[in-house]
Design a protein around this ligand. Structure first.
Ligand SMILES: NC(=O)c1ccc[n+]([C@@H]2O[C@H](COP(=O)([O-])OP(=O)(O)OC[C@H]3O[C@@H](n4cnc5c(N)ncnc54)[C@H](O)[C@@H]3O)[C@@H](O)[C@H]2O)c1
Length: 326
């Protein structure tokens, strides 16, 4: 680990490799380039201190440099212990941004990194999953007073914040980025659809064609995953708890059933609900040997990993692969 007051990253010597990745992303993000050109002149974020808790990827690096170009100071952590690209984090640190993130960190380290970004006393918070904002409203509430607003990227985070807002507990306004049509109708469907299948194939190298592929949830992400799995030649089954998306899935040509039934049939499973315990003990027990289980929802609690572990011990050999796909 390489650590100074300004940054904590896995290996600062990876900065050069990170630069190549960021160049690649920058060349493919023309909207941010246009915003950056304008913001460099007008400095709309002059005097702002932005704490971010978003996936530390090459695309986020381009966002960070755009926010900095608009005049803000930055302090950043990752919003998932497994999503940080260590070379990109090194590049950010090397460029002088305050960044605390590394791939494969523990839950304790994850919150330690968020707390470093709060010590910088932010005026704006940028979240993906609402962990930063929940921290500001809980254990670290002394930092709430200085914050004038925030943003939240994902469906699960927006759900958490709406619940806080309804209870009257939200201390500052937050823009629900996920409510932008370009987010939920495009990124959630097509972005997640592609990256989820890509993650499964890279992690397992299985042929998708001919497999029975079970997608839990037929919301935006589930629809994208189902569409792409079908495109690869899979026989797709949807499980849903809401009759309307379930009907939509039927109309789109998919079989729809309960997970209790689908568990017996699937070769590959992917949860995309944002809800807890979608696949639990009894489902694992009825799955085929060698089934592949993955989650593309924000938190991995959709799959009850404790149940999976207890069965793995009980049966000594249970080859179920867990992925955490972004
Ligand atoms: N991996 C990514 O790139 C990515 C991108 C965007 C969002 N997300 C996350 O993915 C999750 C889903 O987001 P979304 O925008 O598709 O939400 P959504 O609300 O559009 O869809 C969720 C669907 O799951 C269904 N559902 C709920 N509980 C279920 C259960 N037990 N079994 C089956 N279906 C169930 C709901 O009825 C709903 O139709 C969230 O956690 C979100 O934060 C991930």
């Amino acid at each position: 680990m390489d650590k100074t007051d300004a940054y904590t990253v896995a290996d600062i010597s990876l900065a050069e490799a990170g630069a190549l990745r960021v160049d690649w992303a920058r060349a493919r993000m023309p909207v941010l380039a246009a915003l950056r050109e304008d913001a460099e002149k007008t400095k709309p974020l002059d005097g702002m201190k932005v704490a971010g808790c978003l996936h530390v990827t090459k695309e986020t690096a381009v966002l960070i440099e755009t926010i900095a170009a608009a005049g803000a100071e930055i302090s950043w952590s990752g919003c998932n212990p497994l999503s940080t690209q260590d070379d990109v984090a090194a590049w950010l640190a090397n460029e002088g941004y305050s960044i605390h993130a590394w791939h494969g960190q523990s839950v304790e380290d994850f919150y330690w990194c968020i707390d470093r970004t709060l010590e910088f006393k932010p005026t704006l918070t940028l979240d993906d999953g609402a962990d930063l904002i929940v921290r500001v409203h809980g254990e670290k509430s002394e930092y709430a007073e200085g914050v004038i607003g925030g943003t939240e990227e994902t469906t699960t985070g927006v759900h958490r914040l709406r619940a806080m807002g309804k209870a009257g507990d939200l201390k500052y306004p937050v823009i629900a980025v996920n409510d932008a049509i370009t987010k939920w109708d495009f990124d959630n469907v097509y972005g997640t659809g592609q990256s989820t299948i890509d993650g499964i194939v890279r992690a397992t190298s299985v042929l998708i064609a001919g497999k029975t592929f079970v997608v839990a949830g037929y919301g935006h992400c589930g629809k994208g995953v189902a569409m792409r799995a079908q495109g690869f030649g899979a026989n797709v089954i949807i499980t849903e708890v809401d009759p309307l998306p379930a009907l939509r899935a039927v109309m789109d040509g998919f079989r729809v059933m309960k997970m209790d039934e689908a568990a017996k049939l699937g070769d590959i499973f992917c949860t995309a609900t944002g809800m807890k315990d979608v696949i639990v003990d009894r489902h694992f027990a009825s799955m085929k040997d060698g089934a592949i289980i993955s989650n593309t929802g924000h938190y991995d609690c959709e799959i009850n990993i404790e149940d999976l572990k207890s069965q793995a011990q009980a049966q000594e050999r249970l080859e179920i692969t867990m992925l955490n796909i972004l």
